[in-house]
Design a protein around this ligand. Structure first.
Ligand SMILES: Cc1cc2nc3c(=O)[nH]c(=O)nc-3n(C[C@H](O)[C@H](O)[C@H](O)COP(=O)(O)OP(=O)(O)OC[C@H]3O[C@@H](n4cnc5c(N)ncnc54)[C@H](O)[C@@H]3O)c2cc1C
Length: 497
């Protein structure tokens, strides 16, 4: 059979993953990436001697008992990498100076929570029991849903069976679940900003996987991590074209036949896979010609992950007595922009990764969520000077807060680096600067999202815009899955070497 040529748009984790697996299966692939480096949202960058990380807090695929570990090892030698295992999800620094430790060890966590909320003993015991139960749960499906047979549906009941009760008990948001707790402090501490986006079981699963060392932070950071996948792709014979933005997906007789680059050049292929932003793929590259009511409705109504202003600081000091992750609760709300006024700040002090800064120096980062993509985008376009000032205003306000709460910050700042929704848009082209695509809402199992579009042949979509909740591993799995689907269609046995 003649080798099929596949064009992949985007060298983020999803695009690289699809590229690797398709190369392993005898397809001839080429990736076209708008940026001049791989990784998309999974990235880091060096500024004046400090390596600032823009992504991975933790990577959850490190135990061989889990399917994801075996799959990731098909692309990366995880055993040769160093990971840092957090023993606390974070420390909650309350406004009044009290500190609550959210330990990843369930027994320690139980003692800590009971010490602040003994009146909620029963709730805490149930919470801890279910964290322990979840430590053995492998959420990853064995094969893409698109390939499931009735037997797979039947067998899946046995796999999820032992967890169904816990999954349904924790399917609502933590705010909803803790509303009957008597202790207001317990309610506040368990309502972690990041996890309020998800059903509460994500919170329990996350603590579980941090505790059993399935999840860890990759030393060296996100770009170093992703460069290993890029390397694998190249070893497998794949070709990447950087600084090559795709403008259009070319279609003939309802079949994708290639792409047109921003430069006007065209490239032909038997299959096109978009691992780029979903909105741009459907409504720009394909001019909105292959949508049905469901797709339109999703892009008009479905909630998505907000964007963020990331403030990264390079500090000429160490942080021996501070924790690595702080959830800083504020007395006075912190205004990011008109729509985004925050009362808690998720801070990471990268004291656990010596490769990011010289000895005696440390990187520190805060993720400030914002839904007001438009404000930052328009400001950058229309008034670059004010845009710069606004970035600095947010950074200086943050530094002031840190000075008050941690001390010894202001005079130690050597580098200030601020990314806004406009930055995410500029470098990754994600719609409204979203950092994880669609939300995975509490109480809902999201609809399975199709990797194809109605009435369009030889075309697939992968990445965070077809995997609600987003994340590096879902992007990776979507690339693996699509390769498996393509092989199945071509009656090929799926190979992973
Ligand atoms: C601050 C932050 C923290 C995060 N923390 C975590 C974490 O701890 N764990 C976790 O799992 N996930 C985390 N994520 C989310 C994770 O990074 C993303 O969900 C994931 O990387 C998405 O991968 P992707 O391949 O689907 O998309 P992307 O990374 O968006 O890749 C898409 C690629 O396509 C390219 N592209 C777009 N349009 C075009 C075009 N027209 N032509 C050519 N190329 C194009 C882009 O330049 C980009 O390289 C975090 C994200 C952020 C921003």
């Amino acid at each position: 059979m003649k080798t099929k040529k596949v064009i992949i748009i985007g060298a983020g984790v999803a695009g690289l993953s699809a590229g690797c697996y398709l190369q392993m299966n005898g397809y001839q692939t080429e990736i076209f990436e708008a940026h001049n480096i791989p990784g998309g949202l999974c990235t880091s960058w060096k500024t004046d001697g400090y390596m600032f990380d823009g992504c991975l807090h933790s990577f959850g695929a490190l135990k061989p008992e889990y399917r994801l570990n075996l799959w990731w090892k098909e692309l990366i030698d995880l055993d040769k990498m160093d990971f840092y295992y957090h023993d606390e999800l974070c420390q909650v620094f309350l406004e009044d100076g009290r500190i609550v430790h959210l330990y990843t060890d369930p027994d320690k966590l139980e003692r800590e929570l009971k010490s602040i909320a003994s009146e909620d003993d029963k709730f805490i015991e149930g919470f801890i029991k279910d964290i322990k139960h979840f430590t053995k749960y492998d959420m990853q499906l064995a094969k893409p849903l698109e390939l499931w047979t009735p037997l797979d549906y039947f067998l899946s009941q046995f796999r999820t069976g032992p967890y169904v009760r816990q999954l349904s008990r924790w399917q609502k948001s933590m705010t909803e679940i803790t509303k009957n707790c008597q202790s207001p402090l317990l309610r506040r501490v368990l309502n972690q900003d990041f996890f309020s986006h998800y059903p509460a079981y994500f919170f329990l699963l996350s603590i579980g996987e941090l505790h059993n060392c399935n999840a860890g932070y990759p030393i060296g950071g996100s770009l170093r991590f992703v460069l290993q996948i890029e390397n694998k792709y190249k070893e497998l014979g794949g070709k990447i074209h950087y600084s090559s933005k795709v403008d259009k997906i070319n279609v003939e007789g309802r079949q994708a036949v290639g792409i047109t680059l921003e430069t006007g050049e065209t490239r032909h292929a038997n299959l096109v896979i978009s691992a780029a932003d979903g909105h741009a793929t459907i409504f720009k590259m394909l001019a909105g010609e292959f949508v049905d009511k469901k797709i339109k409705q999703r892009y008009e109504e479905y909630p998505m992950w907000p964007s963020a202003v990331l403030v990264s600081l390079g500090l000429k000091r160490t942080f021996e007595s501070e924790p690595a992750q702080i959830d800083l609760r504020l007395t006075d709300p912190f205004t990011i922009d008109d729509e985004s006024i925050l009362t808690s700040l998720p801070i990471t002090i990268y004291k656990f990764d010596p490769t990011l800064a010289d000895e005696g120096k440390t990187c520190l980062r805060v993720i400030l969520k914002t839904t007001n993509y438009r404000y930052w985008h328009d400001l950058r376009m229309n008034d670059p000077e004010r845009y710069k000032q606004e970035k600095m205003r947010v950074a200086q306000d943050f530094i002031e807060i840190l000075e008050q709460r941690l001390g010894n910050i202001k005079d130690q700042v050597e580098v200030i680096d601020v990314s806004t929704p406009a930055t995410f848009m500029r470098y990754t082209h994600n719609w409204k600067g979203s950092i994880q695509g669609w939300d995975w809402l509490p109480g809902l199992i999201p609809d399975t999202m199709q990797k194809t579009l109605p009435m369009l042949k030889n075309f697939y979509m992968i990445g965070q815009w077809v995997s609600p909740g987003g994340g590096v591993s879902s992007a990776f799995v979507s690339g693996r899955d699509v390769s498996r689907i393509i092989c199945k269609k071509d009656r090929k046995k799926f190979q992973t070497v």
